[in-house]
Design a protein around this ligand. Structure first.
Ligand SMILES: Cc1cc2nc3c(=O)[nH]c(=O)nc-3n(C[C@H](O)[C@H](O)[C@H](O)COP(=O)(O)OP(=O)(O)OC[C@H]3O[C@@H](n4cnc5c(N)ncnc54)[C@H](O)[C@@H]3O)c2cc1C
Length: 435
């Protein structure tokens, strides 16, 4: 592969988690891969750290060696701390399934090690892609100080949310900003439910807390964009979240806000509607991305890579992924809004979701099957959502019996009708035109 003009079966732009996994998936099928990344090193970054069981299985099937998780509990599921002060709700993965969490940097380093030691993958770091012309990809190899061109049977854009490949194909970024995420590390703190991801509601946005190593917990705090003020960030985070976080975390939370850097990342949404075109496919965040509340970005991205490598054609890839990723997208979009909106219809719906999860183990299981990517049938999602909506109705009607509560009832009904409309339009069975 040496020289200024290279040839390869597949050229992949971006060696983040999804680009590396896609390279391994193609290599397993006997392809020769050129993998490029603009950055020479893997830095600290607030990004994906929770892996659903499917993602973990894919990594294991490629022999990717993550740091050992034997000395800490992880990957059991989630515990939701409701905003109405009621008891936490446990949502466990279905029997036999386990996810895990680990520091993002360790995940990328483990994947980079796997691609670098693979004989069919040629990895060039510090390689900035500059132009695509048909099946030719031009790039600058910064370490060698030269322009190079690879002629490839297939070009893959695995270059993240701001995808350059996507733009080359004439598709604008199209992301909308949802909120910001502040990330901090808590040292030597104990989780109330070790092994589980904690979703704590009641602050300005959801707080996510989970263990990423024997010593450290990751805390991700969702901050509405209007509240962001870099100079007063520590005080803001303490004032906004210390009253809702489990008390056992507070000493370490205070210590971290005083002495540790806060990492920030924008939370964005772009629907998974464009997968590229024949000869130039997109995978991972380059296709679409959602709020990290449901932690599905890595899982969906790894599945993209696997699917692309085994597909006979681009159309087959696009069709399969469009069909299978619609439900995770709906769940991520709806859950974030259900957990953050304060209109009366949404509050009623939220209470109903808490109640359903508490009282109905099969609904808990359905939620976790959707979250884990095992349930991708849009009809199942609609059924589950309608069930939650139906069980919110008595709470809303209750207002009609209370004198002077008519206004409140009308506001609830209005909010409810909005959700109903959303459900109707968003759960129309997607067809090929989505891609
Ligand atoms: C705060 C936060 C928390 C999250 N938590 C989770 C979680 O717990 N679980 C989960 O599954 N997901 C989570 N996500 C989402 C997850 O991080 C992403 O889905 C995942 O990182 C996407 O991987 P990727 O490889 O597609 O893109 P990226 O990780 O963005 O990698 C893209 C790579 O492409 C390279 N690149 C870009 N442009 C070029 C170019 N022109 N030439 C060469 N190289 C280029 C970059 O250097 C980078 O290495 C989170 C996201 C955020 C923001």
């Amino acid at each position: 592969m040496e020289g200024l003009n290279l040839t390869s079966d597949v050229a992949i732009v971006g060696a983040g988690p999804v680009g590396c996994l896609t390279a391994l998936a193609f290599a397993r099928r006997g392809a020769r891969i050129l993998l490029l990344d603009a950055n020479s090193s893997v830095g600290e970054r607030l990004s994906g750290e929770w892996l659903h069981p499917a993602a973990l299985q894919i990594l294991e099937s490629h022999g990717v060696k993550l740091p050992s998780a034997e000395s800490y509990a992880t990957g059991e599921g989630y515990v939701v701390f409701p905003d109405d002060g009621t008891e936490p709700i446990t949502l466990k993965y279905p029997a036999g399934l386990k996810g895990r969490s680990c520091e993002h940097k360790s995940l990328v380093l483990a994947l980079r090690e796997a691609v670098e030691s693979h004989p069919s993958i040629h990895f060039i770091s510090s390689a900035q892609a500059t132009q695509i012309e048909g099946n030719k990809l031009h790039f600058v190899d910064a370490l060698q100080g030269s322009m190079k061109t690879v002629t490839a049977g297939q070009i893959v854009g695995a270059d993240g949310r701001a995808s350059w490949v996507r733009k080359q194909l004439g598709h604008p970024n199209g992301s909308t900003k949802v909120s910001l995420m502040a990330g901090i590390l808590l040292e030597d703190a104990e989780l109330p439910f070790e092994g589980f991801g904690h979703v704590v509601l009641g602050g300005p946005g959801p707080a996510l807390v989970f263990r990423i190593s024997p010593r450290f917990l990751r805390v991700c705090l969702d901050v509405p964009s209007r509240d962001y003020n870099s100079k007063a960030a520590s005080a803001y985070l303490w004032n906004s979240y210390s009253s809702v976080l489990p008390p056992s975390l507070l000493p370490a939370f205070q210590e971290a806000l005083q002495n540790r850097p806060i990492l920030w990342a924008p939370n964005q949404f772009r629907s998974r509607a464009f997968y590229g075109q024949e000869g130039t496919a997109l995978v991972g965040d380059a296709v679409g991305h959602f709020h990290p509340l449901t932690a599905v970005g890595l899982t969906l991205g790894f599945m993209d890579g696997e699917c692309l490598a085994r597909s006979q054609s681009f159309v087959e890839y696009r069709k399969e992924r469009s069909a299978l990723t619609h439900v995770p997208e709906l769940l991520a979009d709806s859950l974030y809004r259900v957990f953050t909106r304060q209109d009366k219809g949404t509050v009623a719906l939220r209470s109903s979701i808490y109640r359903t999860w508490r009282e109905n183990p099969s609904e808990c299981e359905r939620t976790m099957r959707i979250l884990a990517g095992l349930e991708t049938d849009v009809r199942q999602f609609r059924k589950a959502f309608l069930k939650m909506m139906r069980s919110a109705v008595p709470g809303i009607l209750h207002h009609t019996l209370v004198p002077n509560q008519w206004r409140s009832m009308i506001a609830s009904v209005k909010g409810f009708v909005e959700w109903f409309k959303w459900l109707r339009t968003s759960t129309e069975i997607p067809n090929d035109s989505r891609a």
